[in-house]
Design a protein around this ligand. Structure first.
Ligand code: HEM
Ligand code: HEM
Length: 183
């Protein structure tokens, strides 16, 4: 089925896509803050364990929100930005959003691979709930996943910075309705 435009009278993204966009933005910030804060805390302390668990939880929630979001976006296209943008800019924006969606799906899956393959599993903060990891861990493979996860996380910071600058450019310089469509 070809993607259908949202109803023409709607000048904004549908509520589900707007809410999940901002909730995801908050969770991405939380995922970065928690994992970098972990480096300042001493090994083996409950605080360090808590921020590690919060990182995992934020990442898993991102994955949970991203799957229905991508499915919805495959069926519908957002209302066009007014005044219309040149084709090259539209393509660049589409490409950047595609990369961000892939990041939001792949990065948590890499995180899951680290936890499962290292045998650590997933613990839920402030509860005794735990999804066990593999019974035959592979530390070398887990390290390879961790290196990839770290590299993807660092690379994504550049794409995210470009995304924020683009939003600022639409709002302050081009003064179109790109941001209003997401509010
Ligand atoms: C979009 C979501 C996520 C982002 C942006 C993200 C980002 C990052 C970054 C940047 C690092 C490297 C930190 C450093 O350099 O010290 C990291 C490490 C880590 N992340 Fe994530 N992460 C996400 C989701 C997850 C999930 C869902 C899990 C587990 C299920 C996870 C588990 C880990 C672990 C275990 C490490 C430490 C790896 C190591 O160095 O041993 N992450 N994450
Ligand atoms: C203050 C932070 C942010 C602002 C101001 C912002 C702004 C926007 C705006 C205005 C759009 C609509 C662009 C358009 O239709 O051309 C958009 C789309 C998008 N943003 Fe953000 N964003 C922010 C943070 C983030 C973060 C942290 C992510 C996480 C990866 C993200 C991922 C996306 C994605 C994937 C889209 C495409 C949405 C879709 O097509 O359904 N944004 N953002």
């Amino acid at each position: 089925m070809d993607p259908q435009p949202f109803p023409v009278d709607r000048r904004r993204y549908p509520a589900f896509l707007r809410h999940t966009h901002w909730l995801t933005a908050f969770l991405v910030l939380l995922a970065y803050l928690t994992i970098y804060a972990r480096d300042w805390l001493e090994r083996g302390t409950p605080e360090r364990m808590l921020v590690g668990q919060l990182h995992v939880l934020a990442g898993l929630l991102i994955l949970l929100l991203t799957v229905p979001r991508i499915l919805m976006r495959l069926q519908q296209v957002p209302p066009p930005i007014l005044p219309p943008m040149p084709v090259a800019q539209r393509l660049a924006a589409g490409l950047a959003h595609g990369v961000l969606f892939i990041f939001l799906a792949v990065q948590p899956m890499l995180g899951l691979c680290i936890q499962m393959v290292s045998g650590k599993g997933i613990s839920f903060p402030l509860t005794s709930l735990k999804i066990p990891g593999l019974s035959h861990p592979d530390p070398e493979l887990a390290k390879a996943f961790a290196r990839l996860h770290e590299a993807v996380g660092e690379l994504a910071l550049y794409v995210l910075a470009a995304h924020l600058l683009a939003a600022l450019w639409h709002w302050r310089i081009r003064q179109d309705d790109a941001l209003q469509r997401m509010l």
